[in-house]
Design a protein. Structure first.
Length: 304
């Protein structure tokens, strides 16, 4: 072989080697880019799944109303790079099992996380048949029943201890009229939010409210004076910031009442009024439409 041929073979071998090295580097870079893209997609999918849990915490109360034990419902959503869904399953002990799933749009990668949320009951500040700012007249005080009972038609467990009449002129409005974690400034807006159908769901009035000859159940929040007449009855927790007045024909509250004062329309005797305590009614209505919150110390778990 001539010297020129040997040089040519050497150059060709070098070119082949350089080509192999270049191809290996390109392959490694491509694999690295794919791995990075997969990792990014997985992170986006998991972030979406966590967003589903966050959405369940903030908005879950609006969809779980009337949900039976073991029943489930869901919340869907999306953002720029992913879609998500939260599935909420109600248990019988005031808890909700939540599974959040997220799907990244580009590669379609999916991640799931789970957690447990607790229902934060909308309970009055004090366990009382009435929590009131001003003392009641002797006539109206005689129409208050602190012993625990349930009205006809309610299937309730054995009654619990009595709930007293509490006169509290000093506590700030934000706490006095609060229900559970929802303080007064937000309570009317909270009770006014649209929710899934539920016979016990909260109701609200941003001004005075007159109930005449009707019966309603659930939490009732009135940013004004509540007037009950014609035998009207509310079974639930009632918060009336400006007072409760009994008109002709009177009415009743069966559950618990928080208000500024209790009185009657001129010419109406206290005999037409009735306020009775029921832990059964309070317990059931307080969980309808109630906010959801995490269990302290419990972190979301990944589903693999």
């Amino acid at each position: 072989m001539s010297r020129r041929g040997a040089v040519l073979l050497t150059v060709l071998a070098a070119l082949v080697l350089v080509g192999e090295v270049t191809a290996a580097l390109l392959l490694a870079r491509l694999q690295g880019a794919r791995a990075a893209r997969n990792a990014e997609a997985a992170l986006i999918a998991r972030t979406a799944a966590l967003s589903a849990l966050a959405r369940a915490t903030t908005d879950g109360h609006a969809v779980v109303g009337g949900l039976p034990v073991g029943g489930q419902t869901s919340i869907q959503g999306a953002f720029a790079d992913a879609t998500y869904e939260a599935v909420l399953i109600r248990s019988g002990d005031g808890l909700l099992e939540v599974r959040g799933s997220g799907v990244e749009r580009g590669l379609g990668l999916q991640r799931e996380v789970t957690t447990t949320l607790r229902i934060l009951p909308l309970l009055p500040m004090a366990r009382a048949v009435i929590t009131v700012r001003r003392p009641l007249s002797a006539g109206l005080a005689a129409r208050v029943t602190p012993s625990d009972s349930a009205p006809p038609g309610w299937l309730c467990p054995s009654p619990g201890p009595d709930a007293p009449l509490v006169v509290d002129p000093a506590t700030h409005d934000s706490l006095f009229y609060s229900l559970g974690p929802v303080a007064w400034p937000a309570l009317v807006a909270w009770a006014s939010q649209p929710r899934a159908p539920d016979s016990l769901q909260p109701r609200a009035s941003a001004s005075d409210l007159v109930l005449d000859g009707v019966r309603i159940t659930g939490t009732l929040v009135v940013d004004g004076v509540l007037t009950l007449s014609g035998g009207a009855e509310v079974d639930g927790v009632v918060v009336a910031r400006r007072g409760v007045v009994f008109g002709p024909g009177g009415g009743a509250v069966w559950g618990a009442l928080v208000t500024e004062s209790l009185g009657t329309v001129s010419g109406v005797t206290p005999a037409v009024a009735r306020v009775s305590y029921s832990s059964c009614i309070v317990g059931r209505t307080s969980r309808s439409g109630a906010p959801l919150g995490p269990i302290p110390g419990l972190l979301p778990a990944d589903v693999w």
